[in-house]
Design a binder for this molecule. Structure first.
Ligand SMILES: *[C@@H]1O[C@H](CO)[C@@H](O)[C@H](O)[C@H]1NC(C)=O
Ligand SMILES: *[C@@H]1O[C@H](CO)[C@@H](O)[C@H](O)[C@H]1NC(C)=O
Ligand SMILES: *[C@@H]1O[C@H](CO)[C@@H](O)[C@H](O)[C@H]1NC(C)=O
Ligand SMILES: *[C@@H]1O[C@H](CO)[C@@H](O)[C@H](O)[C@H]1NC(C)=O
Ligand SMILES: *[C@@H]1O[C@H](CO)[C@@H](O)[C@H](O)[C@H]1NC(C)=O
Ligand SMILES: *[C@@H]1O[C@H](CO)[C@@H](O)[C@H](O)[C@H]1NC(C)=O
Length: 275
């Protein structure tokens, strides 16, 4: 059995946004946001395959989607090994399911299958006998609900009123299928809001950790590895096809074991780490 070893509540306060489109010169990809540099294929200019917004005042990349009330989603971490990013998803009682789907899905990224979503409000689709998709300690859930400050009509804040949807994580990060959350499973619960989310991380020791208030997004580039389509991987990188949420195939480049870098010819490629 896997043990739950770490419970971490990331409380991310909303903040003012200032989006500065970095000056695009030609079609080179500018990857700097204040004092932060993001890994290719992310960047802040027209030449970047996966564009992000930049909050230059705090050197923080944010998803290129501004929610209804100016809500923004910060990118907290990039992982080129797994082709994923982690974004903050602060607890909220007014983020509808369609809104969450819009803000966390892009032309080249989607919610990964290691992310579980907590849903609330209505939830007429919950099958009580089947139970939720995952379970959370009651004290953690109570804290999440308090943080979100759910009020007003239909604000049943008892942990039992929360549904949880998680996909079975794929066997490995190299798997073509099963890398993304299946939104139809989320929509089937018929809940009003996405309260927050959690990311399951399996450590090298085989234990599972859960982080709350964050979502993991997997990304890809268009076209498959073969047939010359899409971006070229660097030397010492391998290319893997991945089934995207729309059902089409995309690809990812990753450095071979022991080497670091983004794996792209147009980025930093792969290099031996210092040690
Ligand atoms: C935006 O703010 C209004 C008024 O405060 C609120 O009713 C609505 O639910 C909010 N929408 C989102 C997506 O937070
Ligand atoms: C990849 O294709 C999707 C549509 O399938 C499109 O929205 C997106 O902009 C494309 N990305 C790039 C980098 O061309
Ligand atoms: C609810 O779950 C049980 C057990 O998994 C299953 O037998 C039943 O058909 C489900 N009911 C509905 C309405 O999905
Ligand atoms: C995971 O791999 C095992 C054996 O390698 C296979 O039997 C199983 O069906 C796989 N599970 C999924 C969800 O692909
Ligand atoms: C990296 O690529 C170079 C040139 O293609 C090759 O000589 C070297 O063996 C590769 N290193 C690894 C670790 O694959
Ligand atoms: C990516 O892999 C390299 C070597 O395989 C390793 O040194 C590095 O720590 C990994 N990075 C992350 C974020 O896991």
């Amino acid at each position: 059995m896997r043990r739950l070893v770490v419970l971490l509540l990331a409380v991310l306060l909303p903040h003012e946004t200032s989006c500065s489109a970095a000056a695009a010169s030609g079609d080179r990809c500018s990857r700097r946001c204040g004092s932060t540099t993001v890994p290719y294929p992310f960047g802040f200019s027209l030449g970047c395959p996966i564009p992000l917004f930049c909050d230059a005042s705090i050197s923080t990349p944010i998803l290129p989607y501004i929610g209804e009330n100016g809500t923004t989603y910060r990118v907290i971490a990039f992982n080129s090994n797994t082709s994923t990013v982690v974004v903050g998803l602060p607890p909220s009682c007014s983020r509808s399911v369609p809104e969450a789907k819009r803000e966390l899905s892009g032309g080249n990224y989607g919610v990964s299958s290691r992310t579980g979503l907590f849903l609330r409000g209505g939830c007429s689709g919950i099958n009580a006998s089947a139970g939720g998709g995952c379970s959370v300690p009651v004290d953690v859930m109570s804290r999440l609900l308090r943080t979100a400050q759910c009020t007003g009509l239909g604000s049943d804040t008892s942990p039992a009123a929360v549904a949880c949807v998680a996909s079975a994580p794929p066997n490995s990060t190299a798997a073509v299928h099963g890398q993304f959350l299946r939104w139809e499973k989320v929509e089937k619960q018929k809940c009003d809001d996405v309260l927050t989310s959690t990311v399951f991380v399996l450590t090298a020791e085989g234990t599972a950790t859960l982080e709350f208030g964050v979502a993991e997004l997997g990304w890809w580039l268009n076209g498959t590895c073969g047939a010359g389509g899409g971006e070229r991987c660097a030397a010492n990188a391998s290319c893997t096809d991945v089934k995207t949420p729309s059902g089409e195939l995309g690809h990812r480049c990753g450095c071979v074991a022991g080497m670091e870098g983004d794996g792209f010819l147009a980025g930093d490629g792969c290099y031996l780490g210092e040690s």
